[in-house]
Design a protein around this ligand. Structure first.
Ligand code: 3PG
Length: 211
C-alpha cells in the first residue's frame, strides 16, 4: 500500500528529532523560558502535553515563540483535543495509546498523528488503519530496545518514536535502531528551578543533544 500521507508522517517523524522534548510546562512563563532556550540551542520540535488545565496557553506560547519549529500536542486522549490541536495550527499530535476513533479523526483533519502502541496487537491495529509511524510507549516499561528489535522482523515497514523512560544514558542506543526515527523525553525540558539556578548547565546539556 502506498499512502502519501503516511510517507509524509514518516518523514515528519524523522525531522522532529533526534529527541522530541516532552513538555509538561507549569505555565506560560515556564513555556516561554524553555522556548527561548530551545530556539537558541536549535531544538527542532516540542511536544506540549495536555496534563494541566492551562496546557493550551503553553501550546499557544510555543507556537508563537518557536515559529520555525514543529510544535506538537501530546497526551491526546479525546477527540476535542485533536480538533483543538488542528485549529491552533499544531504540527502533529501524539497519544499514549490507540483509539480507532482518534486515528480516523486525525486522518479526516489531515493532522499528522502518532498514537501509542506497546504490543504487537496494537501495532497490527495501527497498521490495519493505514498507519506506518507510531509512538512506542511506555518504551522502557514495554520492553525497550529488545522489544523494538523483535517488532522489526514482522513489521519491517513500521517506524517508531519511543518515549517513556528515555534518558541521556540510553537515547543514542534507541536512535541506533533502524526502525526508530526519533525519541521523545521529558529529560531535555528544564525545570523552572534549573532555569533559575543553572542556565549555563541547561544550555550545555541541550547543546550536547542538539548541537
Ligand atoms: C510521554 O508522555 O511520552 C512520557 O511521559 C515521557 O516520558 P519520560 O518522562 O519518561 O521522558
Amino acid at each position: 500500500m502506498h499512502d502519501p500521507s503516511q510517507e509524509e508522517n514518516k518523514q515528519l517523524l524523522s525531522t522532529i528529532g533526534p529527541v522530541v522534548p516532552v513538555a509538561d510546562f507549569i505555565d506560560e512563563g515556564h513555556a516561554s523560558a524553555c522556548c527561548e532556550l530551545f530556539t537558541e540551542c536549535g531544538v527542532p520540535s516540542v511536544e506540549v502535553t495536555l496534563r494541566r488545565p492551562n496546557a493550551w496557553d503553553s501550546v499557544r506560547k510555543c507556537i508563537e515563540l518557536m515559529p520555525n519549529a514543529q510544535v506538537g500536542i501530546g497526551t491526546v486522549i479525546e477527540a476535542d483535543q485533536l480538533r483543538q490541536a488542528k485549529d491552533l495550527g499544531a504540527a502533529f499530535a501524539i497519544s499514549p495509546g490507540i483509539l480507532p476513533e482518534l486515528v480516523l479523526l486525525a486522518q479526516e483533519l489531515g493532522l499528522p498523528y502518532y498514537p501509542g502502541v506497546a504490543s504487537a496487537s496494537e501495532l497490527m491495529l495501527a497498521r490495519s488503519m493505514g498507519l506506518r509511524a507510531v509512538k512506542f510507549f511506555p518504551a522502557e516499561a514495554a520492553g525497550g530496545i529488545p522489544m523494538l528489535k523483535s517488532l522489526g522482523s514482522p513489521f519491517p515497514d513500521m517506524v517508531f518514536c519511543p518515549t517513556g523512560g528515555i534518558s541521556v544514558k540510553n537515547y543514542q542506543d534507541y536512535l541506533a535502531l533502524g526502525n526508530v526515527s526519533c525519541v521523545g523525553g521529558s529529560w531535555v525540558v528544564p525545570s523552572q528551578a534549573a532555569l533559575a539556578e543553572s542556565p549555563d548547565t541547561v544550555i550545555a546539556g541541550l547543546k550536547q543533544v542538539y548541537g
